[in-house]
Design a protein around this ligand. Structure first.
Ligand SMILES: [Zn+2]
Ligand SMILES: [Zn+2]
Ligand SMILES: [Zn+2]
Length: 125
């Protein structure tokens, strides 16, 4: 039986991401359009972060990408909370954290009176 191109385009297909939960069904002719926006399609992180588990680039479903990039990605833009140094989350929390000069707690001072003079007196802790 010969099937013309037009019939093929109208064949019902399901999205290749259906095992990840994509409910989409349509025709081959509209599959490309769907894949351009499919929330369940695996995409790699735009920051090219690596997956701890298998060491490859992190792959995640498109619907999870935004949350990943904003709050989970180890390579998301991140500022040191102590000095404002800019870097990635992993470079700041792992490498920079060891050398951050502002991280050391400023020595608390108290005042002690010498007669009429009031001098700041550093406390050694
Ligand atoms: Zn889909
Ligand atoms: Zn990432
Ligand atoms: Zn810092």
């Amino acid at each position: 039986m010969f099937v013309g191109e037009r019939e093929i385009k109208e064949l019902g297909v399901r999205c290749a991401s259906r095992e990840r939960g994509c409910p989409w069904t349509g025709t081959i002719g509209t599959l490309d359009t769907h894949l351009a926006t499919c929330e369940y399609l695996l995409v790699t992180c735009p920051n090219k972060c690596e997956d701890d588990k298998d060491g490859g680039q992190t792959q995640l479903m498109r619907k999870d990408l935004e949350e990943h990039v904003q709050s989970r990605c180890l390579k998301r833009a991140f500022e040191c909370p102590h000095c404002g140094e800019k870097g990635t989350y992993s470079s700041i929390t792992v490498e920079h954290d060891k050398v951050c000069s502002n991280k050391m707690v400023a020595c608390p001072t108290t005042t002690i009176s010498y007669g009429k003079l009031t001098l700041p007196h550093p406390i050694v802790i």
